[in-house]
Design a protein around this ligand. Structure first.
Ligand SMILES: NC(=O)c1ccc[n+]([C@@H]2O[C@H](COP(=O)([O-])OP(=O)(O)OC[C@H]3O[C@@H](n4cnc5c(N)ncnc54)[C@H](O)[C@@H]3O)[C@@H](O)[C@H]2O)c1
Length: 371
């Protein structure tokens, strides 16, 4: 990004000893200096301060905000802290990039939306899956009209984390300790960007029962697999399966159906993602590798940054999400995942938690644009 004024910004990172610290490579590649780091764990804090070469370090988020005169903060703390810390920062006029999910309750969502309305600072959700290469290519193909009208999508997030639960107990409470979809944004982010102008207006949710116990012998409150059906304003449908308990390999997968095209991501890493496109495929039964469309549809900004980005986490998407945030706060582009998009991705999961309590009844998902 050259020697732009961005490099004079005072940026802080909360949860710097965990996910916040994962942005170190992206910061380095983008030439961003981290002014202050914050983590409640003193050992992790010291290590993060050294890794980032930060000027200041804090064990208390409020103190960091009060003392370090930040322009922007990256919030990489456990999920249940995101909304509260975002609100605190926004109230001080500090730009926020928050990890997913944006909030863990409907009440927090209301307070966060209100804080965004009242603040002059920008809020962005760090849904990095939106920037993964296949997801970006599919988005560009949708924009070019190759899928026709998109009306059905599926997403799965399968991440067995029973051991990780014990190392990060907040997960036991907020990811596997609540029934319903607790972590749906990694799927809904890409799916919603393939359904331009659409939003989820209602959800219903059901689970597969309880087949595992934690080391203390307790059943997880979260059913092993939770499936949420999402009705779109356009009449379309999306299905999201989140499973953090079942014994199996990791999987983050997608399917998309439009009137003239279909997409299926690979089940396994290294296997080809594939598309069928009426305009480009002569035979009805023949899929084409998505990679074949990379030259044509991967946007120039993705290609231009790829050498630096690919040194960062999650296949470069950590770099692109940080880049988008920096460009947003510099006023160079509208925020790509602002508060309403963040709510469009977060609220369906929260409402699914109410649905599953009521035997899978369909429930309306509020539109925060009219709050
Ligand atoms: N987008 C992604 O790809 C991705 C990947 C991993 C995690 N995450 C999200 O990032 C968040 C953090 O996950 P994690 O795996 O790093 O968890 P973690 O528990 O390993 O790390 C969180 C860190 O925050 C610190 N912390 C806790 N309370 C704090 C507070 N009040 N103030 C400052 N620091 C505090 C902890 O000491 C710890 O170092 C979660 O919401 C998770 O969902 C996103």
């Amino acid at each position: 990004m050259g020697s732009s004024p961005l490099h004079c910004l005072k940026i802080g990172i909360a949860g710097a000893g965990g996910r916040g610290g994962a942005f170190r490579d992206a910061c380095q590649s983008l030439g961003v200096h981290i002014h202050a780091v914050c983590d409640t764990n003193p050992q992790r804090l010291d290590a993060a301060a050294a890794q980032f070469g930060a000027d200041q370090k804090y064990t208390d988020f409020g103190e960091m905000l009060a003392e370090s005169n930040l322009d922007a903060v990256i919030i990489g703390t456990p999920m249940y802290l995101h909304a509260e810390q975002s609100i605190q920062a926004l109230e001080r006029g500090v730009h926020v990039m928050s990890e997913v999910t944006a909030a863990v309750s409907l009440q927090e969502c209301r307070r966060l939306v209100q804080a965004c309305k009242q603040s002059g600072a920008a809020y962005m959700l760090a849904e990095n899956c939106n920037y993964m290469k296949p997801n970006v290519i599919v988005k560009e193909m949708v924009t070019a009209g190759l899928f026709g009208q998109t009306y059905y999508a599926e997403g799965e997030y399968l991440h067995e984390l029973k051991e990780l639960n014990e190392l990060t107990p907040w997960r036991r409470r907020w990811q596997t300790g609540v029934n319903g979809v607790t972590y749906g944004t990694h799927n809904l982010g890409p799916i919603l960007q393939w359904m331009p102008g659409d939003r989820i207006i209602a959800v219903c949710c059901a689970g597969s029962g309880h087949h595992y116990r934690d080391p203390r012998g307790a059943l997880y409150e979260n059913e092993d697999t939770c499936v949420m059906l999402c009705k779109l304003a356009s009449g379309g449908l999306a299905q999201v399966r989140v499973d953090m308990l079942s014994n199996r390999p990791y999987g983050l997968t997608f399917k998309l159906q439009g009137t003239t095209g279909a997409y299926e991501s690979a089940r396994e890493h290294g296997q080809p993602d594939r598309v069928w496109l009426q305009a480009r495929t002569r035979e009805r039964e023949r899929w084409i590798a998505l990679d074949d469309f990379e030259d044509e549809f991967l946007p120039p900004w993705w290609k231009q940054h790829a050498p630096a980005a690919l040194r960062s986490g999650h296949d470069g998407s950590d770099y692109y999400i940080l880049l988008a945030f920096l460009e947003t706060i510099a006023g160079r582009r509208p925020c790509p995942i602002g508060i309403h998009e963040a709510m469009d991705m977060t609220l369906p999961g929260l409402i699914s938690q109410q649905s599953i309590l009521q035997n899978g009844v369909w429930l309306e998902v509020p539109d925060t644009r009219i709050w």
